[in-house]
Design a binder for this molecule. Sequence first.
Ligand code: FAD
Ligand code: SIN
Length: 534
Amino acid sequence: MKHYDYLIIGSGIAGLSFALKASRHGTVCIMTKAQRDETNTKYAQGGIAGVFNTGDSYEKHINDTIIAGDGLCNREIVNLVVKEGPVRIKELVRWGASFDRNRNGEFNLAKEGGHSDKRILHFQDSTGAEIERALLAQIFKKKNITLLENYFALELVTQHHFGKKITKASQGIECFGVYAFEVNTAKVEFFSAGNVILASGGVGQVYANTTNPLIATGDGIAMAYRAKAKVENMEFYQFHPTALFHPGISPSFLITEALRGAGAVLKNHQQKEFMYSYHAQGSLAPRDIVARAMDSEMKKSGKSFLYLDARKVSPVELKKHFPNVYNHCKHAGYDMRKDLVPVVPAAHYCCGGVKTDEWGKTSIRKLYACGECASTGLHGANRLASNSLLEALVFSNRILMHCLEFKKSNSQRNPNFSPKDIPRWDASRTTNPEELILILQVKKEIQEMMSSYVGIVRSDVRLERAKKRLAMFFEETEALYKKTTIGVDLCETRNLISAGYLIIKSAMLRKESRGLHYNTDYPFKKESAEGTVF
Ligand code: FAD
Ligand code: SIN
């Protein structure tokens, strides 16, 4: 059995930025189920939002975030993220992350949907890759950080594993560590930890058409839910308006919103701009509004895509700011300088997740959640563009502050339990999977089903049907899980089922349309609303 003061699940911006800070105070292990940089973070394009522009203000950023969140943001959290953000971004710069600057050496700030000012720091259109590179470079310098690649976190260990009955109502649930398996050998080990930090990212893979890489299967959210942590607001799943329409290619390639910030506009099949008939900010309206308008335009025309027209963006700007997007589209057969580019909304960001407080604490003792897997209250019913990298940085810092404050009590072992008593993983009744195809087929069917019934536009009938289909997948997969040796595909599919269940159940509970959740049976907003907590 291995013990670490800080055990971090995930090597994206949330996990790595926390690890760097925690390494000054104890032993750290970062566990990731894939290669170290295979994260949503690496694919982030547009950038990270922060108030640096003269003329911009905290109040404006706070206001934009709250407007996008459509009545469900936690004001206190918005306030602290926006105000603590710039300091954290400067820290990221000190760690070596580079952001584009103008001739005066000031940040070259971009604009994205829902922002009333220019406030997006970026490194061309590959901001996430630059952040991931810089953070990993720092991680390698730290001797007391162990980075384990190809280790899959399977279960959070709580009193349940000592035979105690644990329910949502149980008081004092505590996390002692995790069971994880080495992907190549499938050997399950227990990792004991003073503090466990879930930084396991999003769940885009629950939908067929997503910008998220294959790793985004909601493992952390599913594990926390199984361990009886509170999970909230899962109905608010964000679709990004502009993924390249490229049938058969998965994940979908994102075309950053910053391109619309630089002048690109959405057009229909008559080559007409249509967004002004939906919102005064046109193609730069908040994402929920743009994605829904696109859905409606596509249904009207019977087509599977619309167009992005970037022909007014200067070739110099395209080359300097958007080389990645420009080259990718060129290879796909579209020269943005001359051609309209076919685009379609794609599943992009999970606004809900494991419920945390202002210190990143979950409802389970010694378990924290940070980044996309967490629901801090910042995003409400719809995330403002480029606020997620920011949220991860602010909360990784806050979580460490809380861990240090409670260091003494957190490092004290619960006298009722000793890690030595944690039972070994029982794999005695399992056999190797003979029919991997069954698991892969279930995964595909879940993705299709979620896209058809629980996508941008929902209805009671669709949600009911989705619930029934998912129950069937649940039974089939649980049966396989009980008799089959652990493997990545099986565990991910199981987690996707849990995440899908949480999205469907939350959507069914919300008897109104708000932010990213639109139900044709309840097309209007209620006067007041609360989060959906499980
Ligand atoms: P991730 O970066 O996704 O990292 C998750 C980590 O957890 C990975 O290392 C993964 O392997 C690991 N993991 C997961 N499950 C397990 C398990 N069971 N066991 C072990 N390890 C596990 N946001 C912005 O603010 N600005 C942008 O410009 C922007 N652009 C985006 C563009 C794209 C294409 C995408 C997909 C997202 C974008 N986002 C953007 C969103 C943002 O990138 C993510 O929300 C953010 O990077 C999430 O960081 P994270 O550290 O929480 O998770
Ligand atoms: C983008 O570059 O359009 C993505 C920004 C985000 O998801 O915050």
